[in-house]
Each structure stands twice: as structure tokens, then as C-alpha cells.
Write a protein that binds this ligand. Sequence first.
Ligand SMILES: [Fe+2]
Length: 111
Amino acid sequence: MKMWRCTVCGFVYEGDQPPQACPKCGAPAEKFELISEEQSKIIERARRTNQLHSDLLAALAKVEAVADAGIEDNLDPGCLRTFTKAKEVARLVRQFSVAEIQIHVNKGKWG
Ligand SMILES: [Fe+2]
């Protein structure tokens, strides 16, 4: 399946021909450029990894919410330390994941 990228908004369309108009921004077909087969394979390969990053970010958001509840609950110093550390680690790993996604976007491992 060929991939086409809208040069106006970055939307990636899959099909033998570009769409009549970009589904996202409405730009006409001539605003689409064909993504090379090599680049299409890179995008395909990275989709699972990008989905895993998305799943990881969702899981980390849950960890942060639980940590916030634990910090607010504040039963004793050990609990407070544990939940505070969990929040700190979740935020750190979230930034790792966000940075990795940014690298993927910059290298075209996205679409
Ligand atoms: Fe577009």
C-alpha cells in the first residue's frame, strides 16, 4: 500500500492514489507527496513501538494519579516516601518516552 503525506498538515494517507482532499485539513490532492517505499517501511516498523510508547504514557498517567492519591492520603512517612518516589519516577520515564517519540517524529518514524 502506498503512503502519501499532506505537505500542508502532515496527515498520512494510505492508498494507490492521494485523496481528492486531505481528510484533516482539506488541502487538494496535489498537496500530497508520495512517501518512498523505504520510508513507508520505516513508518510501518515504528507504528508498534509508537503504540507501545502511547500505552506506556497512559500507564504512567495512572501511576501519577495513584501516587497523587497516596500523597494526599499521607498515612505515614514510609507511604509518603513511596508515593512521592513513584510520582517522581513516573514523570522521569514519561519524559524519556516523550523524548523518544520526538526523535521518531524528527527521523520520520511516524505516520
Ligand atoms: Fe492536510
